[in-house]
Design a protein around this ligand. Structure first.
Ligand SMILES: O=C/C=C/C(C(=O)O)=C(/O)C(=O)O
Ligand SMILES: [Fe+2]
Length: 285
């Protein structure tokens, strides 16, 4: 079993690095951690970086999870290979680009590129945000799934992920006490379905709603409140159609023995208890 300790970073290809950088700093509210040749790194919390935009195909979208021990990479590689997932060991220069000590790369059954990294860098510099969006950190990803049952089985049998709740057949998966760190949503094609940052309060959600709307950022869902995690939320569109979410107040499952996963309807009321309707393909039948 592969123990995922945390979600670490996402890497997104872009055809417009300057435009993506403008969005990430001025609108989303991240800090530039570093500008490198052909890429820009952003921080959202205590880590050195949690997002990297690089010049390339916007279809190149990678999510990385941290593992606790270097030996876990070898064990994970052997297990994944035995299950028919080809694994590639990152080179030293690729690891340096990701600011990690060592990593492996593979694809989940849908074809989503996944990395597992050991010793991702933390930062000596405090995150303060280019604008006051109230971000407290990078928290979860939605992943596209071409077969929800198959992919739920992959994540829950091959890794430590456990189902917290389901919306229709879409599972929200936790790897620690946070209600979910990975969510799977139906889609014919692979990719990151959304990227979540936690913000401090519901006021931050509402302030950002006004701020982003005033700047013609396309709102795609909310403000609203998830019945699942009970978090208040706002989803909006970033560069090249990527959906970003702010949420606040995500449930923590402190006592696993007392928790039973719940079934919600795959319809707007399963996604929002305030009545907002998603304008997000993967959240609609
Ligand atoms: O209702 C759909 C989404 C649920 C949640 C949540 O419960 O917080 C998400 O953050 C999500 O998967 O987008
Ligand atoms: Fe989310």
């Amino acid at each position: 079993m592969i123990k995922l300790a945390d979600v670490s970073y996402v890497r997104l290809g872009t055809r417009d690095l300057e435009g993506a950088t403008h969005f990430a700093t001025e609108y989303l509210g991240l800090d530039v951690a570093e500008r490198a040749k052909g890429s820009v790194y952003f921080k959202s919390d205590a880590r050195e970086h949690t997002l990297c935009y690089f010049e390339g195909d916007p279809g190149d979208q990678v999510v990385c999870f941290e593992v606790e021990e270097q030996s876990h990479l070898d064990e994970a590689a052997a297990q994944l290979e035995s299950l028919g997932h080809p694994v590639r060991r990152g080179t030293a220069s690729e690891a340096a680009l990701r600011k990690v000590h060592d990593f492996i790369a593979f694809r989940d059954p849908t074809g989503n590129p996944i990395e597992l990294a050991w010793r991702p860098a933390y930062s000596g510099r405090r995150y303060h945000g280019a604008r006051d969006a109230g971000i407290t950190g990078f928290s979860h990803v939605g992943l596209c799934s071409s077969d929800l049952a198959r992919d739920e089985a992959f994540w829950t049998k091959v890794t430590n992920a456990q189902v917290s709740d389901r919306i229709g057949d879409a599972p929200l998966l936790r790897i620690d006490e946070v209600h979910h760190t990975i969510a799977l949503f139906p889609s014919a094609k692979p990719g990151i379905q959304h990227i979540n940052h936690q913000v401090e309060t519901g006021d931050d959600i509402m302030r950002s709603h006004q701020f982003l709307k005033d700047r013609q950022v396309r709102m795609v869902f909310g403000p609203g409140r998830h019945p699942t995690s009970s978090a208040k939320f706002l989803y909006f569109e970033g560069p090249e159609g990527m959906v970003f979410e702010y949420s606040s107040g995500v449930r923590e499952i402190a006592d696993e023995l007392l928790w039973r996963e719940r079934q919600f309807m795959f319809e707007p009321k399963g996604f929002c208890k305030w009545g907002a309707k998603p304008n997000i393909t993967e959240f609609n039948k």
